[in-house]
Design a protein around this ligand. Structure first.
Ligand SMILES: NC(=O)c1ccc[n+]([C@@H]2O[C@H](COP(=O)([O-])OP(=O)(O)OC[C@H]3O[C@@H](n4cnc5c(N)ncnc54)[C@H](OP(=O)(O)O)[C@@H]3O)[C@@H](O)[C@H]2O)c1
Length: 262
């Protein structure tokens, strides 16, 4: 299937590993030019080098924290300077800690809002004017299955990510007239380092082994396995492509059928 993504400029946030990295590589494989970021410069540079070598893609790689509004704006401006514009922006960040409500703290709530909601505001606020100039744009937020179905002990994610869906729908409504499509993807349990962290905290809390926790997650999904990061990345690439040109304001779960609703 021809995706029509060759030479498009794609920002993929929080992309030195896991879902962000798989997404950056999938765009590179389609011939996109890339702007990637994460906090750890060494890990980020290693990914940038790999993408340049393997896909012959142009890559801008800048280390910063996505909760820093000024740094996000500088990064978007640097990408515009280097590539002449922005076509695609995938927002992403690390996940909040796993807790039940009474174990949460006010500082952690504020951090979760900054990390998993305000970071999406910073990126979308910075990129939309550039997309308006081209009268073409794709924004895709990476959130979680928690946007449809709360997960026990992920109360920060259950609450804060719902705000991202509200943002996505609002932006889709406001900027559809400019050719900008805005969608959200919600991964289910997908094999990344984040999932190892979650398995560890669940194991400590429940007394089950991490192996049992992983087996339980696989058993819960109708497909009876975890997701591969590449499977989420492929859904994002499709949403960004010309093949998904009449889809906006939606949440698409990539969860092996884990969501129990209709
Ligand atoms: N994997 C799953 O099963 C799953 C399911 C549902 C939702 N999610 C959510 O999807 C997102 C990505 O998950 P993942 O599994 O890919 O996580 P991951 O393997 O932990 O990777 C997170 C990436 O984000 C970067 N990052 C984290 N915090 C950052 C910050 N403040 N500023 C800039 N970069 C930052 C990390 O690099 P640095 O540490 O160097 O910054 C790393 O590259 C998370 O929000 C997670 O909660 C994941």
């Amino acid at each position: 299937m021809e995706m029509g993504l060759k030479n498009r400029v794609a920002i993929v946030a929080a992309s030195s590993q896991g879902l962000g990295r798989a997404t950056a590589e999938a765009f590179a494989a389609e011939g996109c030019r890339l702007a990637i970021c994460a906090r750890n410069q060494q890990a980020l540079n290693a990914v940038a080098e790999k993408i340049r070598g393997e896909y012959k893609a142009e890559v801008l790689a800048e280390p910063f924290d996505v909760t820093d509004a000024g740094a996000v704006r500088d990064f978007v401006n640097a990408a515009v300077q280097k590539f002449g514009g922005i076509d695609i922006c995938v927002t992403n960040a690390g996940g909040p800690p796993a807790k039940g409500f009474l174990a949460t703290t006010i500082d952690e709530w504020k951090r979760a809002v900054d990390l998993n909601f305000m970071s999406a505001v910073y990126f979308t606020h910075a990129v939309i004017p550039h997309m308006q100039k081209k009268r073409w744009g794709r924004i895709i937020t990476i959130t979680s299955i928690t946007t449809k179905q709360p997960v026990a002990d992920l109360v920060y994610s259950n609450a804060v990510r719902a705000a991202v869906v509200g943002l996505v729908k609002s932006l889709a409504n406001e900027f559809g007239k400019d050719g900008i499509l805005v969608n959200n993807v919600g991964p289910g349990y997908t094999a990344t380092d984040r999932l190892k962290e979650l398995a560890h905290s669940r194991s400590v809390a429940s007394g089950k082994t991490e192996k049992e926790i992983f087996e339980g997650w696989s058993a819960d999904a109708p497909l009876k396995r975890l997701g591969d990061p590449r499977e989420l990345a492929d859904a994002i690439v499709w949403l960004a492509s010309e093949r998904a040109s009449y889809i906006t304001g939606q949440t698409i779960l990539v969860d092996g059928g884990l969501y129990k609703g209709l």
